[in-house]
Ligand binder design. Sequence first.
Ligand SMILES: Nc1ncnc2c1ncn2[C@@H]1O[C@H](COP(=O)(O)OP(=O)(O)O)[C@@H](O)[C@H]1O
Ligand SMILES: [Mg+2]
Length: 319
Amino acid sequence: VSLIEQAAKRLEELRRAGADSSSGPTAPVDTPDLEHLPTPEAAVRGITAGRPSVFVSPAPGEGAGALPGVQAGGAAQPKLEIDLGMLKNRCFVTPDAPRSLLADEFRVVKRPVMRKATGPGRVRNGNLVMVTSALSGEGKTFTSINLAMSLAMEIEKSVVLVDGDVAHPDLPNLLGVRKQPGLLDLLTNPRLGFADVLVPTNVDKLAILPAGTPEMRATELLASTQMERMLSDFSTRYPDVVFVFDSPPLLPTTEARELASHMGQIVLVVAADSTHQNAVKLALETIARCEVVHMLLNKADKTEVGSYYGNYGYDRPRE
Ligand SMILES: Nc1ncnc2c1ncn2[C@@H]1O[C@H](COP(=O)(O)OP(=O)(O)O)[C@@H](O)[C@H]1O
Ligand SMILES: [Mg+2]
């Protein structure tokens, strides 16, 4: 049995464990770390909807990694007022509930991502973090917003949430991003710079890079060397900024795979009760070249999966 199959089998076992009990809102698996084989680790946790809390986040702007223009209030784009009440009602992590169970779970998800994004454990392009999954509806957008929010709330870094799902952008609906220039425009319009399209938000240290103007050549643009150069430039010019990419699913189209090839880290979302193990296996194969892949089990039952927090073997063939 190949190592990928073992991992998929383990996920299937977890899925069954979740399905046997009443289904809860959600649960993530945290991150096999594929960089230092053969001793990767994964933590399995349940997450659930937010509860209010009393945690006080760092003072606004404190130690924030620099984002061009945004922190200084000189951003080219007007500040986006994210409807945090609506997000909270829809079970998202929000700054006024930093100690909710969901926020706690995203802390667990976030830690290994941070280790690879910054500091001594940083991998190449480690601050470029893509959230993806095999198919649609598995929780990529949910996870990328929560991860970005969670990072912005608690680290002394700035976070740019990038709408990399350029064909079906979902951040506009949830965050209220207008139709405005973004990622694709940076690739098609040489006069535009990063600071021109970055949208500051009412969440301290969180900015949004919209998908931008719809483009027939979106896939080609995402696959272009120009894109590779631009992302590598983001990564090196803004080492104190973590870029979280919401993305399309890996299996139906090639866009996500193209995007994945430029990322330092990938968070692969697996929906506990619905992602078939073959889909997980195929998805893993499409991103086999990424050095760091974290797996996150979403929508699992928290009583079954949440009680399990430990290590299980996960591996994949070396190149
Ligand atoms: N853990 C979760 N708890 C509650 N709702 C979730 C969870 N994960 C996903 N959802 C909801 O499920 C739907 C599909 O998720 P979404 O993130 O849009 O999937 P994708 O981006 O992979 O297509 C959305 O309505 C989202 O809010
Ligand atoms: Mg989505």
